[in-house]
Design a binder for this molecule. Sequence first.
Ligand code: AMP
Length: 282
Amino acid sequence: MNTVKTIMEARDQMKAWRKEGYTIALVPTMGYLHEGHASLIRRAASENEKVVVTIFVNPIQFGPKEDLASYPKDLERDKLLCESAGAHLIFAPEVSEMYFEDALTNISVNSLTDGLCGAKRPGHFDGVCTVVSKLFNIISADKAYFGEKDAQQLAVIKRMVRDLNFPIEIIGCPIVREDDGLAKSSRNNYLSLSERTAALILSKSLTKGKDILSSGEKSTELLKTIIKTQLQSEVLASIDYIEVVDALSLKPIEIIDKSTLVAIAVFIGKTRLIDNFIWKSE
Ligand code: AMP
């Protein structure tokens, strides 16, 4: 497995692989990789001949008060994880390699970005869509793999690919969790011991929500109240949002429908964590 830092080197490798007729997969990440990322890489390796992992902490998707400066990094450890999960190339550019200082172009997906994290993190999805578009133009992959942990991101990228005719297939992969239920995240690294215990309230509250949906409940309001009560029982938790939306349009719904996304964002101390589940009823 090779690691390259320039667009030219990455493109040269793509050209060589294309010449050989290989199928190519892309797994975009911000690094500090964990088992959630590894599951994407393994899936990509099982469905394609070559796998490219990109590691880039994308400054333009962070708000001014967010954790860009403290975002964890460990490229040497990431390389080991990528290699053992079956990656063939890491593309890890510097910010100066990815962005022209006088760039005037960005990509926005409307409507799908109005609610959930889009409402709480202004400009975030423009940053995500712009960097992902650039990565699609640098790494000529057949398929790109994204986690369902970032459910809104997955929906937004799928729509962008459709709307802009990117010649790439987007594959969503299930959320990987710690044994106790906490969704794996590079940001879990920020949590102190007591916060790590408190963070369990995210998955616990969603499990309660799932339980009442399993029992036949259809009211969004009741579902939200149950999740809210759970979250409020944890003193270290402060709710950013609890949303129940149609899984395709991401528009709020009142009655639980065929395919519903139940998504939460919660601060545990200063760390903002997200989690979700998709409920499908017959
Ligand atoms: P990040 O490095 O956090 O930007 O994540 C890179 C990719 O890995 C995104 O597509 C995420 O949705 C995915 N991902 C992150 N955490 C998980 C997880 N716990 N389970 C599955 N996919 C994940």
